[in-house]
Design a protein around this ligand. Sequence first.
Ligand code: A2H
Length: 247
Amino acid sequence: EGVLPQDYTLIKMEVLPPFPLKLKALEGRRVFLAAATLRPETMYGQTNAWVLPGGKYGAFEVNGADDVFILTERAALNLAYQGFSKTPKQPSCLVELTGYDLIGLPLKSPLSFNKVIYALPLLTILTDKGTGIVTSVPSDAPDDYMALWALKAKPAFREKYGVRDEWVVPFEIVPIINIPELGDRAAEKVCLDLKIKSQNEKEKLAEAKRLTYLKGFTDGTMLVGEYAGMKVQEAKPLLRDQAHSDR
Ligand code: A2H
């Protein structure tokens, strides 16, 4: 199994100009934060993206277009082996970056009802999984719900990482999927039901993820978008293909 298993969908979030100093060399090109997700059908509800502050990232040239992907070197190598690098089997890094360089970048993500979302810090990101960039959907992902809640509730945490209020405070949960027993903010309901108080309650969060993921997939119905009214099971592959053909 590689870094990007079959089930992952890569979501390209375009970095909006003007670019900060660290990215100036990339001006004139289309630059994306590339997130790996298991839930392409939830992309309507994105409120932000997550990056690991101390994590090592790079801006890599990808096949064909002038496009540049920001992700971990490990993910870039994996994509290169899947034929997505400019040079075969070799990632071509234009700029070396850390998560700190990415915090606060304004992003435009396909399908998201929020026209602009921001890259925000998350300390529980694993660097050996996916792309090291995670898109955040607090309506349906317990991890995202708890992390966004923590950033909203703790000004000191925002200050520590140079996060401006306007990147966080205005962003609310966007209901996108209805699950009969869990409603249309499933992640919030499950976190409240299980009395989860922080991102560090790993076991409870794992249980919350299991519950929302299982019930969302088997019983969920899309509330929004092109496939509103359709079962999640049926909409998921359609939205996955849409994201893939956009690559
Ligand atoms: B999922 P699996 Cl709505 N570190 O996307 C931590 N988490 C990561 C990651 C990393 N490096 N890379 C990906 N992920 C997250 C959406 C979503 C996700 C929803 C609900 C559940 C869910 C929006 N965030 O995942 O261990 C990404 O979050 C539940 C596990 O490889 C990705 O999908 O199976 C998921 O974990 C991949 O987890």
